[in-house]
Design a protein. Structure first.
Length: 242
């Protein structure tokens, strides 16, 4: 009787492994966090600190995007640009928001949270880690002139490949505005945003020369593949230059 029970359990385990194998064959991409922040926003420093902690996780890619619409209140954000601000406005459209705000954290291109709500963000990250992985994969190869990026897998509609070059850390002494007199620290500050092109499945390569972007002056870069119109992130890869 005992041997029959053990044999039955063994068959169940084998069947479970057989059925589970297709799902586990897909590689999990890191959870991408995009924090839209500003040096002129008094509620942003706490969110900046949280992002700094999350950036230390191996299965998380955490990026700071500085926006410029708070510059009018007395302090011009030293990292803000029209491009990073436009990215947040594009997310407002794709996520069905009526307005933009800071600090806003966009998770995986499909959810957004108040960047200072650490508990809710941690719960959302854990939930995101449990989702079924995408077939999309990113391969990075160094060449004599720069980089060759290859996206492969089964595309699901029209997708876009993005490149974000970033600095690992900055400290800024704010002299005016809501954060006047404070020295603020920022992690993985995006300094260059590039739309590499479209991807709808199969293998597609993108060649990037070092002189096309400011990567040689940055600490690292991230490649993100997501649905067109800044939809859900399908794959992401981070690479350190320094």
């Amino acid at each position: 009787m005992t041997s029959m029970i053990l044999r039955t359990i063994g068959l169940i385990l084998v069947a479970t492994m057989m059925f589970a194998s297709p799902a586990t064959a897909k590689s999990k991409s890191p959870v991408v966090l995009e924090l839209f922040t500003s040096q002129g926003c008094s509620s942003c420093p706490s969110a900046d600190k949280i992002l700094g902690k999350l950036a230390k996780e191996d299965d998380v890619i955490a990026l700071s995007f500085h926006v410029d619409y708070w510059d009018y209140i007395g302090w011009k954000d030293t990292f803000a640009s029209k491009v990073t601000t436009a990215r947040q406005y594009d997310y407002a459209k794709s996520l069905g928001q009526r307005n933009v705000y800071t600090p806003q954290l966009v998770l995986g291109g499909q959810e957004h949270y108040v960047g200072s709500d650490e508990h809710r963000i941690l719960v959302a990250i854990n939930q995101a880690k449990g989702r079924v992985a995408s077939d999309a994969k990113i391969h990075i190869q160094k060449t004599g002139e720069g980089l060759k990026l290859t996206v492969s897998g089964n595309g699901d509609g029209d997708c876009e490949a993005w490149l974000f070059a970033f600095d690992r850390r900055h400290e800024v002494a704010v002299q005016r505005g809501e954060n006047s007199g404070n020295k603020l620290a920022y992690t993985n500050v995006v300094r260059d945003v590039r739309l590499l092109g479209r991807w709808d499945g199969g293998d597609r390569s993108f060649n990037i020369r070092h002189d096309q972007i400011t990567m040689q002056k940055r600490d690292g870069y991230v490649i993100v593949v997501q649905a067109k119109g800044q939809g859900p992130v399908l794959a992401a890869k981070q690479h350190w230059l320094k």
